[in-house]
Every structure is written in C-alpha cells, then in structure tokens.
Design a protein around this ligand. Sequence first.
Ligand SMILES: *[C@@H]1O[C@H](CO)[C@@H](O)[C@H](O)[C@H]1NC(C)=O
Ligand SMILES: *[C@@H]1O[C@H](CO)[C@@H](O)[C@H](O)[C@H]1NC(C)=O
Ligand SMILES: *[C@@H]1O[C@H](CO)[C@@H](O)[C@H](O)[C@H]1NC(C)=O
Ligand SMILES: *[C@@H]1O[C@H](CO)[C@@H](O)[C@H](O)[C@H]1NC(C)=O
Ligand SMILES: *[C@@H]1O[C@H](CO)[C@@H](O)[C@H](O)[C@H]1NC(C)=O
Length: 358
Amino acid sequence: MRGVRAAACVALLVATASLQPVTATWWLLGLNSAQIQSSAELAPRHYREECNNLTYLVAKQKQLCSLSQNVLKTVSLGARTGIGECQHQFRMHRWNCSTFTDSPHVFGHLLRIKSREKAYVYGISAAGVAYAVTRACSRGELTECGCDERIRQRPNRGRWEWGGCSEDLTFGENFSKEFVDARESRNTAEGLMNLHNNEAGRRAIRSEMEILCKCHGVSGSCSMRVCWRRMRAFRSIGDSLLHRFEGAVIVRYVNRKKRKKLRPKRRGFKKPSRRDLVYLEESPDYCNRNQTLGVLGTVGRLCNKTSWGMDGCKILCCGRGYQTMVKDVEEKCNCRFIWCCKVECERCRVRREEHYCN
Ligand SMILES: *[C@@H]1O[C@H](CO)[C@@H](O)[C@H](O)[C@H]1NC(C)=O
Ligand SMILES: *[C@@H]1O[C@H](CO)[C@@H](O)[C@H](O)[C@H]1NC(C)=O
Ligand SMILES: *[C@@H]1O[C@H](CO)[C@@H](O)[C@H](O)[C@H]1NC(C)=O
Ligand SMILES: *[C@@H]1O[C@H](CO)[C@@H](O)[C@H](O)[C@H]1NC(C)=O
Ligand SMILES: *[C@@H]1O[C@H](CO)[C@@H](O)[C@H](O)[C@H]1NC(C)=O
C-alpha cells in the first residue's frame, strides 16, 4: 500500500516537473524594462541588491548583473531588441512571436516544444544581448570594455588607416555566452539544442560586420581616409537568422558514454555548422488557438490575397478562408518633382481591400 502511494507520489512529481516553464526566464528583462530603467540612479550597493532581487535570474546571472551599474539596463535592452526583432521577422507567419506580459513564461508554454521557432527565439535573443553589450562597450557605457584597439595592427591594403572606434565583439560575445548560456546543460538534448542556437545567434553578428570610412583632408580632398569596423543594424542579423530558420536542421540526441551530441536526424544530411539553427521536434501548425500552449491561432489575422508566401491567405488562414473588407483610405498620389529639390503630391481617396482570416 505504502509502496503504491509512494509510486503515485513520484509519478505526480514527474508530471509537475514536466510542466516547468522553459528556463530562459531572463527574457522577462525585455518586458519589465520600465521598472528597470531607473537602476542607473541607484547607489552601487542598491544596484547589487536590485540584481539579487530579480528572482528569475540564476546565481551566475546575478553575479554578471552586478559587474557594474549599466549592465542590467544593457541586458534588458538586448532582451527587448531580440524579442522585437523576432516579432518583426515573424509578423507574416502563423506564429507571430507573440509575448504575454501577464505570464512569467514570456512566450507562453509554446517553447516547451523543441521546435525551429524555439531555435530562432534562442538565437535572436543571445544575439540581442551580445549586440547590446558590444554597442554599450563602444559607447563607453560599460567600464569593463571599450573599442577594439588591436584592429589597428591589422594590415590594410589601400589608402586608408584604421581610426575611430572599431567595435569589439569579444567582450559582448563572451558576456552573452556566460549570461545567456548560464542555465543550459550540456547533458540534455534540449540543453545542447539551446546552446547550439545561442551560439548560432552570436555568430550571425560576427558575419555581419561592416567597415565605415570618413574622408579627411583640406577642403574636401580625400587625401586621408579613416575607417572603422562596426556591427550592421540589428535588422540584418534578424534577416540572416531568418534565413537560418528556413534552412534549420532537425537533429537527434546521441548519448554516448563520454560524448553527448546532436547529429542530423535524416540520413545523408551534413552535420550542421555552428552558424546553423537546429531543432529536435516538428512544430505544431499554429492554426488554432491553444491557450495551454500560448498559441493565438490565426483567426482575424490580416492576410495577403495575392502572395504565395507565409502571409498569403491560403497558408495563413489554414484553408478556413477569409473575409474581405473594403476601406476608403487617403494616400499620396500624382507626385511631381519640382526643380529643385522637392516633391509635391496630391491626396487622393482610394478603395483598398483588406482580407482577414476566418
Ligand atoms: C529588494 O527587495 C527588498 C524586499 O522585497 C526590498 O525591500 C528592496 O527595496 C529591494 N531593493 C531594490 C534595490 O529594489
Ligand atoms: C500576433 O497576432 C495576434 C492575432 O493572432 C495579434 O493580436 C497580435 O497583435 C500579433 N502580435 C504581433 C507582435 O504582431
Ligand atoms: C570572458 O572569458 C574569460 C575566459 O576566456 C573569463 O575569464 C571572463 O570572466 C569572461 N567573462 C567576462 C564577462 O568577461
Ligand atoms: C493544446 O496543445 C496541447 C499540447 O500539444 C494538447 O495536448 C492540447 O490538446 C491542445 N489543446 C487544444 C484545445 O487544442
Ligand atoms: C501582397 O503580396 C504581393 C506579392 O507578394 C505583393 O506584391 C504586395 O505588395 C502584397 N500586398 C500587401 C498589402 O502587402
């Protein structure tokens, strides 16, 4: 009798454990930003206390948060940047990266599914933190880092010199690795997946660096050019990760005694590179509302009748059809170029059709 009850008890425990939210709750920093903004005015001792008060951070994250005054603000900006970019990139998809301000899970329970959407969310948010920290370094907002001075020793063919502030990714990448990866385990399939995708996100930044130059010299002569390296707009990183999302590789967990790793699930597929996104489970179709998961469904979404893409009514509405509404809108028309240099337009009323999923 006792044994049976104990077994039932264990079963119950296991069941509750599997209902645990996904671990990356530091995303909350991206939602509670208003509350955190004020931390710049806190005295150092209070700042450390504020880091410690954030119960959803693990010890390592609290410690990194306490490094210096602006860290919390910077990581929050990184989280917000990542979430915002996800919402931009997925605005045309059935799942539009919706967040829930009333839930501690940020994305609902959806990320319990180890899907390619989850892969994107991890990649873009790890990138967001690395990006925000790197930018803060180059602006002198963090005491631990600054501009890339070593780059000046690099040879540059051509008539220009390194100058200004080249952005130094090393600190930001390292910070993101320590902060974002802090809760993940190398001993579980999901941990390995998250770690791989976090890294893919950070690498997307490195492959999107650009060189900017400025001319110096008397009265517009460009006798000397000074150049520096910096990260491209975060939009480029979001675009490039969306590309990786489309080509994401489904993997399986290989648990050998010593080495646990992820390998392509399908035969003949090449091993994913460090820049690829990987996932373990197929996605649900996201068509219908499922409150348990935090899927809103696509009823009422605006779709595009002529598009063959994800935003096309056929795909977005999951075959349920759509309703058309005609709207009168005012827009610019008959624009003329007037020498020199302005454009003048008239305002016209036009009818526009909008389609909404049933
Ligand atoms: C930290 O939490 C304690 C107890 O809830 C509170 O009294 C204190 O004001 C908080 N400190 C900061 C800096 O937010
Ligand atoms: C996502 O779609 C829902 C409707 O399904 C809409 O209410 C919400 O505003 C959208 N969210 C974003 C971030 O676009
Ligand atoms: C960066 O990496 C080094 C080891 O490579 C480590 O000692 C250091 O604490 C790291 N973290 C930060 C935030 O600088
Ligand atoms: C919501 O999703 C869960 C998990 O996939 C599933 O078990 C449940 O039946 C779904 N609920 C509805 C109402 O579709
Ligand atoms: C709908 O899709 C077509 C084809 O992709 C595109 O040319 C058009 O601009 C889209 N319309 C809207 C309102 O987004």
